[in-house]
Ligand binder design. Sequence first.
Ligand code: THG
Length: 258
Amino acid sequence: MLVISERINGLYAAVGRAIDARDEGFIQQHAVLQMECGAQALDLNVGPGRDDGPAAMEWLVRTVQEVSDLPLCIDTPGIKTMTAGVKACRNRLIINSTTAEARKMQALFPLAKEHDADVICLTMDERGVPNDAESRAEMAMLMITTAMEHEIMPDRLYLDPLVLPIKAAQDQPMKVIKAMQLFQTLNDPAPRTVVGLSNVSNGAKERGILNRTFLAMLMGAGLSAAIVDVQDAELMRLVKAGELLRAEKLYCDDFLRA
Ligand code: THG
């Protein structure tokens, strides 16, 4: 499973302040820490509600790739901010994300094609996130076919069923699991999938155990990639055990140290 660090995100107050101050040292130390914790890709998000989005994202991409060769997952809903980040990126690239909105797909699939990027496809549109798994699968299919019209093959996509906070909607986690299963029937070989795991515990108590348990359930349902808190060591142990149990990694007695 591809483990993507969620922590280089302006939502975290210290990261937000470092982006405001253009503090390269802080961001670079933080990026190195993510790698030491086992991140295999870095999600970069400048955070909501800033008026310098494109400039901030360009700076963030340049700053991080001075210390890391990992794939960068450029995370923003803004097309201008996305374009600025993508143009600055020399590492392997994941566009995070398009939705099923025509306006976004028309802008982002050509950008992905031009820059040879993978694309995360969020199963939502202008009306929001559908309540059920079937509608999420329908939107996923629309994004797969639209990508193909732009000569982007399904193997360059990650389908994201959109994890919602359990505190707001307790029926959603199992709907996400069902959506994951439906996604896998949409193409052969099955499309890749990704989630923003920590969304599930937003505003809840005992976030760690909720995140870890849901990750185990998602791995059981075939999840390919996850944006997670790699600084949660117990979660990273769970990933290793999950990879063994899915027979992605060869068993050895000291697999936790491998
Ligand atoms: N899908 C995709 N991308 C995503 C998401 C997704 N990117 C953003 C998000 N969801 C995943 N990343 C995070 C990052 C942080 C948190 C949750 C998800 C988080 N942060 C604490 C909070 O807001 O309470 C920060 C608190 C602190 O300052 O310590 O929960 O679903 N494709």
